[in-house]
Design a protein around this ligand. Structure first.
Ligand SMILES: [Zn+2]
Ligand SMILES: [Zn+2]
Length: 436
């Protein structure tokens, strides 16, 4: 690594640090002042004193940190998660509004990754560094917006661009959301015809809401065939972990279709009037620990594409109880016809293995040959909240940056490609996971 300490932002033990402004970006250890790009758990960690983030990200963090505390799952070994959310100072920073730290000017710009996701623009003495966090670009689509759940990526000119590289291999080529969600719809219709339900595994923060919003858009467009009386072949049922995040999305103006919550009264949840209350986390700590141990193993191992072989849990919410109490939804589940959206942790649940359920998984990793079979799912839908190879390279050149630092993912191939094209490119060994 040839990153010298006079860079505006450099890598330390605790994460990316800007010494001139005395702040960290997405630190993985507790710090005094943290700027957070987005709410995924490998970027937004509990335990710091002060947080600066987009208002939606602040809401997501408050929700997640409270869950962390109540579930007794501190994300740092040396900090008791309990109560940390109460002492941390949260500073909501809207997009394009600048905050000054000494003579360093900081602003957040849409990253197009999930609700509230931001790139961090850092300006000091006429030099600009942008930390991308996780990002994706809109794909050409018949719809006005490709991802209806967040503001589209904004290109920011800079001298140094710090980019993710989760899917930085030419084999990754993602399609417009609406095309993939139309395939999910067709699969759901086919399942219903066979008297089965479709269980779609999707990360509870971001992916689940993106699929839901696109389904609603499909229904509104009137392009669904066959045409069911209620647009869909049956009810949509979501896992409580998905539901609690949907509530944050709805509060911030993202329109989602009506759905029922797994194990709750089968009353529809809608933006018009939702009487459902969110109970505390039902995590089974022994199961959660299994995942915790798994993820710490991942942290210590060298990052390469082999982590595609294991289920990535990009949110502690995904650790919620793997077994669902079917409760009031049981009759629906018995009769088939439902689309159930749940975190990947439910892959091994009884529900997933039951005879009248077809199992699908929505993830960028589904593009990798053999992944569907390896993960033992019936259907794989290639849907990622990260930029594909073409988007990454296009964006990097468009920023005008002469220097590029590449973080989590397939950094080697991207660094090589950028150097071949005359840019100064280096690898940064961060601890972001890039699973979603
Ligand atoms: Zn992310
Ligand atoms: Zn990430």
């Amino acid at each position: 690594m040839s990153v010298c300490s006079d860079e505006l932002v450099h890598l330390t033990e605790k994460g990316l640090y800007c010494p001139a402004g005395e702040f960290y970006i997405d630190p993985w250890a507790p710090v005094a002042r943290a700027i957070i790009t987005h709410g995924h758990s490998d970027h937004a960690r509990v335990g710091s004193s002060e947080y600066f983030a987009h208002p939606s990200t602040v809401k997501i963090m408050q929700h997640r940190f409270a869950q962390t505390g109540s579930a007794g799952l501190p994300l740092f070994e040396n900090v008791a998660g309990l109560g940390a959310e109460l002492t941390a100072q949260m500073h909501p920073v809207p997009y394009r509004q600048s905050v000054n730290f000494s003579d360093v000017k900081v602003s957040l710009h849409p990253a197009g990754h999930i609700l509230g996701s931001a790139q961090v623009r850092i300006e000091h003495k006429g030099k600009i560094t942008v930390v991308s966090g996780d990002y994706k670009l809109s794909k050409v689509s018949s719809m006005a917006l490709d991802d209806l759940t967040c503001e589209p990526f904004e290109l920011v000119q800079c001298d140094t661009f710090i980019t993710e590289s989760t899917f930085a291999l030419p084999i990754y080529k993602f399609r417009p959301t609406i095309e993939v969600v139309a395939e999910i719809y067709d699969w759901w219709v086919e399942c219903a015809r066979l008297g089965r339900s479709a269980l779609l595994l999707a990360y509870s923060l971001g992916k689940a809401q993106r699929v839901l919003a696109a389904l609603r858009q499909l229904a509104l467009s009137g392009s669904l065939t066959p045409n069911f009386s209620g647009n869909f072949p049956g009810p949509i049922i979501v896992h409580p972990a998905v539901h609690s995040l949907c509530e944050i999305y709805r509060a911030d103006g993202v329109e989602l279709p009506d759905y029922q919550v797994m194990g709750r009264h089968s009353q529809a949840s809608s933006s018009q009037g939702n009487q459902l209350s969110m109970s505390g986390s039902a995590s089974d700590s022994s199961k959660a620990d299994t995942f915790q141990a798994d993820s710490s193993h991942k942290n210590s191992s060298h990052k390469n594409s082999s982590h595609a072989n294991s289920y990535e849990s990009n949110s502690d919410l995904d650790l919620e109880s793997k077994e669902l109490e079917s409760g009031d939804n049981s009759s629906v589940l018995k009769n088939g016809g439902a689309l159930i959206i749940a975190p990947p942790a439910l892959a091994e649940s009884k529900l997933a293995r039951s005879a009248n359920v077809s199992l699908g998984f929505a993830s960028g990793w589904m593009q990798v040959r053999g992944q569907r079979r390896r993960r033992n799912v019936d259907r794989g839908f290639v849907l990622s909240d990260h930029a594909d190879w073409q988007s990454l390279t296009k964006t990097i050149f468009a920023t005008g940056a002469a220097s590029v630092l590449v973080t989590h993912g397939s950094s080697g191939s991207l660094v090589r490609f950028l150097r071949e094209h005359g840019l100064e490119a280096n690898d940064l060994q961060t601890r972001f996971e890039g699973g979603e």
